[in-house]
Write a protein that binds this ligand. Structure first.
Ligand code: FES
Length: 363
């Protein structure tokens, strides 16, 4: 632009001057004026100049790495030709490695730039009150009352009463649907088929699971032995077996501790429920040397010599012990039912255990 009034050319101050090279000391850096403005905005603060300088260098280093890695990527593409498996592998490695480095450098550089160089903002978003204002609420109330009056629900008792009558069965429908859950369990979960009372006082024999062989106590006489046992006559009744399956262990009488009810053993033979008291897996792994019964599901461990009390794992209760003895022919039989429900805890266990304590039995 020129000023031709006196025939000489004058520089136009409105046009920004182009600065080439490093500005002399004291010249404001590009953006410093804006930065001063930024400082005046509430909630916005500039980075500490030393941090900003450090961030600038770090970001620049990252961008340089990106540049070099980008060059490396192009060079790798040219240098490493693919063909056989080995050369393809080397090419992939070089291309992938350089591209990863390039993108990583770029990403880190940008993050450093934003976090260490750019101003920090404390942003607060104001929220309006959740409730509607008084005017809107009274309007809604009036509309409701107007609707009620127009419907005549207060003036027409016949309509009101028949409406209530119509909806009453619908309110009861969920209760009717509860019937589909099946009959109430009542006391079924507390008792097993071992209970002689269920068979007119007949004591059921213990038979080997799988073969169905009754067990003569005299034949099960080697200490350390373990058998999986079911009630005679119920070998294939899965409902009965889900609660009645046992493990039978032969211990030396002197090994039996106070947790085990000795009156319910026979010559060192003790019977425990096989249903783990944690969530019901079969607990049938037995370590002879330590007399530990192990449940493989979650590693609950029970001490067979001490009433199958829990010595490790998530189970909260011992495996219930079954009272056993022998019949007239020397076969092992159940002398009664388990004193407490078998398997995992359920809602009425508290009642059942309190009942046993009252009777002075073992829990
Ligand atoms: S079911 Fe036995 S430990 Fe979980």
């Amino acid at each position: 632009m020129t000023d031709n009034t006196n025939g000489t050319e004058q520089p136009d101050e409105r046009v920004p001057k182009r600065v080439i090279g490093t500005p002399p000391p004291g010249t404001p850096m590009l953006g410093e004026e804006e930065s001063t403005e930024v400082l005046k905005v509430p909630g916005v603060s500039l980075q500490d100049p030393r941090t900003a300088k450090k961030g600038e260098r770090l970001a620049a280093l990252c961008f340089t790495v990106t540049f070099l890695a980008g060059i490396g990527f192009i060079a790798s593409y040219v240098a490493f030709q693919v063909g056989d498996l080995d050369s393809t592998g080397v090419s992939n490695l070089a291309l992938g490695g350089t591209l990863t480095l390039a993108l990583l450098g770029l990403a880190v550089g940008i993050v450093v730039w934003v976090r260490m160089v750019m101003p920090k903002y404390n942003l607060v978003q104001e929220r309006h009150a959740m409730a509607s204002d008084e005017e809107v609420r009274s309007e809604v109330g009036e509309t409701f009352m107007q609707g009620a009056q127009e419907s005549g629900i207060t003036k027409r008792p016949l309509l009101r009463r028949t409406l209530l009558l119509a909806t009453a069965p619908l309110g009861l429908a969920p209760l009717v649907l509860l019937k589909d859950l099946g009959p109430l369990p009542e006391t079924k979960l507390r008792h097993t088929v071992w209970d002689p009372k269920q068979h007119g006082g007949k004591e059921l024999r213990l038979v080997v699971e799988g073969s169905g062989q009754p067990i003569r106590a005299a034949d099960f006489n080697s200490p350390g032995g373990l058998l999986s046992v079911v009630p005679e006559g119920y070998e294939h009744d899965l409902n009965a077996l889900s609660k009645a399956t046992l493990i039978l262990i032969n211990l030396r009488p002197e090994e039996i501790k106070s947790g085990t009810n000795k009156n319910w053993t026979h010559n060192g033979i003790v019977a425990y429920s096989k249903i783990c008291t944690h969530v019901g897996c079969p607990a049938a792994l037995y370590e002879q040397s330590t007399h530990h019964i192990l449940c493989p599901c979650h590693q609950s461990t029970f001490d067979a010599t001490d009433g199958a009390r829990v010595i490790f794992g998530p189970a909260a209760r011992p495996l219930p012990q079954l009272p056993i003895g022998v019949d007239g022919q020397g076969y092992l039989v159940a002398k009664g039912d388990f004193p407490v429900p078998v398997g995992p805890s359920f809602w009425e266990r508290g009642d059942a255990e309190a009942e046993v304590r009252e009777k002075g039995g073992q829990v």
